[in-house]
Design a protein around this ligand. Structure first.
Ligand SMILES: [Zn+2]
Length: 193
């Protein structure tokens, strides 16, 4: 079995029992959105109790409030009616273990997967990569409580975000599965009208 055939057979089994999910409405039934990290250990459907059709989940590396994340969030509210937003970063995030300078260096040395050593990410070999990585802002994280506060604050002040939407900030603990609310972030995300 390959990765591709595994995924395709899992999907075939899922479709077999798809049932009345064919009748789900386009707007999320429970009216909220989660912005979180793509980390494979995080499953928002499980940790936040979602079924198909319930909520929007926007994911990227770090769960950062990038321009593209905010694009999705604005669509989510303006066109599809979500009314409360959760920004959920997490412990042991890969975004803690590098910065823009290191990522630029790693990609300049090689495009192959780096290894994570006790001293951080490093290339296994350096056949040459691309210096394009030096022109990208990677939105790395130095401290999760600070990053979730920063992102909630950015979303709160974005001119296209309805000030009536409450935005809550959390750090999910990968050792316990618990969402720990960051009071300063939720405070910064209070509705402004
Ligand atoms: Zn992460």
């Amino acid at each position: 079995m390959t990765i591709k055939s595994d995924v395709e057979s899992a999907n075939a089994a899922y479709a077999e029992s798809f049932g009345d999910k064919a009748d789900l409405a386009l707007p999320p039934a429970r009216g909220f959105l989660i912005l979180t990290c793509m980390d494979a250990r995080l499953d928002p459907a499980k940790y936040a109790g979602l079924a198909e059709g319930d909520a929007h989940v926007v994911r990227n590396a770090g769960g950062r409030a990038t321009d593209d994340a905010i694009r999705s969030m604005v669509i989510s509210h303006k066109l599809l009616g979500t009314r409360e937003w959760f920004v959920i970063h997490h412990t042991d995030c890969g975004m803690l273990f590098f910065d823009d300078g290191l990522m630029g260096d790693l990609l300049a040395g090689s495009l192959e997967t780096a290894e994570l050593t006790p001293e951080g990410f490093r290339n296994r070999s350096e056949p040459g990569g691309s210096t394009e990585g030096r022109f990208v802002k990677w939105h790395t994280i130095a401290d999760q409580e600070a990053s979730v506060l920063e992102d909630v604050t950015r979303i709160r002040h974005h001119p296209l975000v309805n000030p009536a939407i409450p935005i809550y900030g959390y750090v999910y603990d990968v050792k316990t599965g618990r969402m720990n609310e960051i009071a300063a972030a939720t405070g910064a995300g209070r509705p402004r009208s």
